[in-house]
Design a protein around this ligand. Structure first.
Ligand code: ACO
Length: 319
């Protein structure tokens, strides 16, 4: 049996940090309101000239160094992003060029905050089928540019960042089991409708969210997909060493963990420092948990993500 194993991880947050106090000078909000409702204390914002591919390359270089893998040995690059540098080419191609490794397959996946789950599962399929030996899987976003900075209901929630993993083919696990789900009937509760058409942006270029509807959907969907993945893998919550959830909102994370029967002492929580970084949030949290020594080789990890679409999924793996 051929598995995809995590060989290394890396992450990157832009230098500019905006605390809740800072944001309360822009819109009518407070540290107390944001922290109590979401657990967020700060977010990082990309500099004016910084692009999603720049953030992705920083995370990718760190992951390659951690894995002790040369960029030239990568034969697949997948970037999960809803905020690409441009409509096309794919951000993955721009990342490939910045890494100086022409030739390998490179493409983006777009599943918003579930993007890293979709990218990881796709790379796993490439490796299991023998189509790739070493893959770079990156989640990178500049969500700050989709936000209406006059809308306190949304602008306080998101941030910019990137996270990456290097996956390699191995005869031991690796990724054990995964499940991806989507339901386009819920596209109206979380979206950015604007698109480039006839030389202008057609429809609103800002993120729209029905917060309460998203909250309810997210808890239900994440609890079910997490439980399903464990059941199908013949495992229980007790077998999980660490949950690495999408970092959107601490209350969603706590509620999902409760439904799964997993204590918060087994959950990697980083939302306080970077807010919701969409596709970047899971690999960011994974890298933090590994680098600070909590996640160790051989640990069983449950990764879970959900986002606009709606799209969601979970991956069970042995680190
Ligand atoms: N600061 C102060 N007050 C605010 C703010 C703010 N930033 N935002 C909204 N309010 C006010 C509202 O205007 C409202 O005031 P009113 O009663 O006078 O009209 C009041 O707070 C309550 O507003 P609600 O929208 O009902 O607040 P709620 O308790 O639902 O919290 C929140 C909003 C935090 C967005 C919540 O719905 C939530 O967590 N939803 C999940 C959304 C989420 O996590 N999305 C992430 C993106 S999706 C994803 O990644 C899956």
């Amino acid at each position: 049996m051929r598995y995809a194993q995590i060989l290394g991880t890396g992450s990157y947050l832009p230098a500019r940090r905006m605390s809740n106090e800072d944001i309360s000078k822009i819109v009518d909000t407070s540290d107390e309101w944001i922290a109590e409702r979401t657990g967020i204390r700060a977010r990082h914002l990309a500099a004016a000239g910084e692009q999603t591919s720049d953030l992705a390359v920083q995370a990718a270089r760190a992951a390659l160094a951690d894995a002790k893998v040369h960029a030239e040995d990568i034969d697949l690059i997948i970037v999960a992003t809803a905020t690409p540098d441009m409509t096309f080419p794919a951000t993955a191609c721009l990342v490939q060029n910045k890494l100086g490794i022409a030739g390998c397959a490179a493409f983006d996946v777009q599943a918003v905050c579930a993007g890293f789950m979709y990218a990881l599962v796709t790379a796993n399929a490439y490796i299991q089928s023998g189509m790739a030996k070493k893959a770079l899987v990156i989640g990178a976003e500049i969500f700050s540019r989709l936000l209406d900075w006059n809308d306190r209901r949304t602008c306080v929630l998101f941030g910019d960042g990137a996270g990456a993993v290097v996956l390699g083919a191995a005869d031991k696990p690796g990724i054990l089991h995964a499940k991806l789900k989507a339901d386009g009937a819920y596209s109206h509760i979380l979206n950015t409708p604007g698109k480039v058409a006839n030389g202008e942006v057609d429809a609103s270029p800002f993120l729209y969210m029905d917060g309460q509807a998203v909250y309810k959907f997210a808890v239900k969907a994440l609890s079910k997909v997490g439980a399903d993945v464990l059941l199908e893998a013949g495992m229980t919550a007790a077998d999980v060493d660490w949950v690495i959830p999408h970092q959107a909102n601490q209350r969603i994370i706590e509620s999902t963990a409760k439904h799964l029967g997993i204590g918060m002492d087994k959950v990697i929580l980083t939302v306080a420092e970077h807010g919701n970084t969409s596709a970047a949030s899971i690999p960011l949290a994974l890298d933090v948990g590994i680098k600070d020594g909590r996640i160790r080789r051989g640990d069983t990890l449950l990764l879970e993500g959900i986002g606009g679409g709606f799209a969601w999924g979970a991956v069970l793996l042995q680190y």
